[in-house]
Design a binder for this molecule. Structure first.
Ligand code: BGC
Length: 756
């Protein structure tokens, strides 16, 4: 078989450079191993399309017809993904791929535009026996060329509609570049900010992550995957990757079934309900069984309980890693474990390609399982319309990248995601005629505002904070870098002090480089390097008011920074429009409306710290830290505004009800200040006594709305008892128990009673 595989390889020269491919077509007729695997005769009547090529037939019919014509080799090839082009992911540098079978199921596409795709697609469509198009995937995580804020920031906007608009932009740009499928959204819950990939998710809360994950899926995919500008989504990393021990990447996770169901599975279930076409299996070992060999999660839960009819792709090399993880003794066994557990497509390690035929012959993998996996992949290809439109029109870049409306969306999202953590003495917003000293390593930086996974983003596309601020200030902004992001060189401090002394206010831009978070980017402490903190302490001696502007990819330990600053604005990694967005928030053009979706601990030592923990047996007075406060610095849901929102009394339509009733809770909020602003009302539920203990409170609903100065609005939350008051056990079975519950909004707590 190996010989025949090699015969089927298409030699592509200079692929890594993305040059035009040459070489002969790969298509030799498959060898037909075993009678059931003989190639089916192709239709000789040219006027009658083969059923699978007939777009008028239902997808299921087309899938079955095509499957019935495929040889074993053709089937196995569909279950593999290779890379095409220059792999620029530093964590996944591999051998340059110069041999790609043109029957392959999918490619990770490292191209800027559609030309390389079209050349490769031509081989698949026009020069293979069945002409099955290739599916091109890429990590479009927070924008393709128009890079918008990192997902952690997006969550902090509490505006899933706006997040959806940004995903539409990303999908449109990616689609023009020849991408059919994004490996996004990441819906991993993360409660340990040492883990660099916390940047890629929406934070610590399962409900909020579910809402944003579902909004992203719908926005990427649209109503019809075959429409121009729509791409398939991929929920990742399934499942529990965010529980990485001690915040290190790729390491095992210890997750009880109860926690799996309470915390890690809900966003995936929501994404599946939203129609996600695919799911990516995770790297982590889930209490003994790695995510990529986990029959329970991939088959029993995802495919059988949730009826997911899309496919599961492995994470990069996740199948071969089953060997390092101590499960499989070799590649063949790894392939066996993975496919039998329900993993349909092997990402880049090609173990399915190498071993599936032998595993079938030995009876260790069934033909039913292989056919099932192939069906799932073909289904998506038909749904995307790839058989009808396999190529992407090569349009000039100027027609689809960085369009004004795309930049506007990126800017709106950046503005709405920024969280004002502190504003003593109303130092913000700044008067436009004041003299600003802009200091710090992030002040004129462009590339680090992109964050990790910046797609095809470029540093030169980014407007820096310096440029953004100069644009809106009436007097020119004085600048001094002060120091680098880390190290011990304090030689720039003196100049920074001089510039600060001649100004009315210091805006100090601190933060993390973009590669300090994201994949394979864990940190043992989440404080900023001492040199940045020291710069702040030195500037404080000038007596000038200090506004700290933070740009980073995780929650931070602000033990030293927060008390020393007059104001602190968390801007995350805000993307290409970061500068204008920061400038607008600092000067009051935008009233800050972001709220944290990750808790900022008092110090790194409090990790893991998150709002929806279970209660202690000795509440409040014991079990506390001896050396630091036991409460966090800034909690989930926290964020200030330039206006005051007055909350009226929370009322409920009934305080006693049955499981079949619906009750409505309402609260009227008034913008009592003189600046328009967007307020998010956060509705939490507390179930104080339950046969399976519940967290101290759980977010169940939220709504963000513009309130003009003086305006009031009544926010409501319709409670569906089964949805909002029930809980799951470790088997995923749902329960509801009569008794008292509390609705919690801001500092109010209202009791409601569920009767038998
Ligand atoms: C990451 C995934 C990503 C994949 C493909 C992996 O290393 O964990 O999130 O989608 O690479 O680039």
């Amino acid at each position: 078989m190996k010989r025949n595989f090699i015969a089927c390889f298409l030699l592509l020269t200079s692929l890594a450079a993305g040059a035009k491919q040459q070489g002969e077509t790969s298509m030799t007729l498959p060898d037909g191993n075993g009678s059931s695997r003989e190639p089916v005769e192709l239709n000789r009547n040219k006027r009658q399309p083969l059923p699978y090529k007939d777009a008028t037939l239902p997808v299921e019919t087309r899938v079955e017809d095509l499957l019935s014509r495929m040889t074993l080799y053709e089937k196995i090839a569909q279950l593999n993904q290779y890379t095409l082009g220059n792999n620029d992911n530093v964590n996944n540098i591999d051998e340059v791929v110069d041999k790609i079978p043109s029957e392959t199921g999918s490619l990770i596409y490292f191209g800027d535009n559609a030309s390389l795709r079209n050349a490769m697609q031509k081989k698949a469509v026009e020069e293979t026996r069945l002409g099955i198009p290739i599916l091109f995937g890429f990590d479009v995580i927070h924008g393709f060329r128009t890079v918008y804020p990192i997902p952690l920031a997006i969550g902090a906007s509490w505006n899933p509609g706006l997040a959806g608009e940004a995903c539409r932009v990303a999908a449109m740009e990616a689609w023009h570049a020849g991408i059919d499928w994004t490996f996004s959204p990441m819906v991993d819950i993360a409660r340990d900010a040492r883990w660099g990939r916390i940047a890629e998710g929406y934070g610590e809360d399962p409900y909020l992550t579910s809402v944003f994950g579902a909004a992203s899926v719908k926005a990427y995919q649209g109503d019809d995957l075959s429409e121009p500008g729509n791409i398939a989504a991929c929920l990742k990393h399934y499942v529990g990757y965010g529980a990485s021990e001690a915040g290190r990447d790729y390491v095992p996770t210890e997750i009880s079934r109860q926690t799996l169901w309470d915390t890690y599975l809900p966003p995936f279930e929501a994404g599946i309900k939203a129609g996600a076409a695919t799911v990516m299996s995770s790297f982590n070992n889930i209490s003994g069984i790695p995510g990529s060999a986990n029959h329970y999660t991939m088959t029993e839960v995802l495919k059988e309980k949730w009826n997911h009819d899309g496919f599961v792709v492995a994470d990069w090399n996740a199948v071969v890693q089953l060997i390092s993880q101590g499960m499989a003794k070799d590649g063949k066994e790894a392939a066996m474990y993975a496919i039998n557990a329900g993993l349909d497509m092997d990402m880049v390690d090609n173990l399915y390609m190498q071993h599936l035929e032998a595993l079938l012959n030995e009876g260790k993998v069934s033909m039913e399982r292989v056919d099932d996996a192939v069906r799932r992949i073909l289904k998506l290809k038909f749904e995307l319309g790839l058989f009808e439109n396999p190529y992407t029109e090569e349009k000039p870049e100027s027609e689809w990248v960085l369009l004004p409306e795309s930049l506007e969306t990126a800017r709106n999202l950046a503005e709405e995601s920024m969280v004002l953590l502190k504003n003593d003495g109303d130092v913000l917003p700044l008067e436009k005629d004041c003299k600003v000293a802009l200091i710090g390593p992030m002040a004129r930086n462009q590339k680090d505002l992109l964050g990790s996974w910046f797609g095809r983003g470029r540093a030169e596309d980014v407007t820096s904070i310096y440029d953004g601020l100069n644009e809106v200030m009436e007097t020119s902004v004085a600048y001094a870098p002060g120091c680098d992001f880390d190290g011990s060189d304090t030689s720039g401090f003196a100049e920074a002090v001089r510039v600060a002394s001649e100004s009315d206010v210091v805006v100090l831009c601190l933060g993390e480089k973009r590669n300090w978070s994201g994949e394979n980017a864990s940190r043992s402490t989440i404080a900023l390097p001492g040199i940045q903190e020291d710069l702040l302490m030195t500037l404080k001696e000038t007596g000038k008011p200090i506004v700290v502007v933070l740009s980073n990819g995780r929650s931070l330990d602000l033990t030293r920074i927060s008390p020393a600053a007059d104001a602190v604005l968390e801007t995350w990694q805000p993307g290409v429009m970061g500068g204008p967005a920061v400038a607008s928030v600092l000067t009051g053009g935008t009233n800050p409306s972001g709220r944290l979706t990750v808790t900022f601990p008092y110090t790194t030592g409090q990790i893991p710290v998150y709002y929806n923990h279970r209660e202690s047996g000795r509440r409040g007075s014991q079990g506390l830290y001896q050396d630091i406060p036991s409460t966090p610095m800034y909690e989930f849901g926290y964020g200030l505004s330039y206006t005051d929102y007055e909350y009226g009394q929370v009322t409920v339509s009934a305080d006693s009800f049955t499981v079949n009733d619906r009750i409505t809770a309402s609260v009227t909020v008034r913008n009592a200040g003189d600046m328009d602003g967007k307020e998010t009302v956060q509705w939490y539920i507390c179930d104080p006594y339950s046969s399976l203990t519940r967290p101290v409170k759980e977010l169940k609903h939220f709504e963000k709305r513009l309130l003009k100065a003086g305006e009031e609005y009544t926010f409501t939350f319709e409670i569906d008892p089964m949805r909002d008051l029930s809980f799951v056990n470790g088997e995923g079975e749902r329960f509801i128990e009569p008794g008292d519950f509390y609705i919690m909004v801001k500092d109010q707590k209202v009791r409601i009673t569920l009767t038998e």
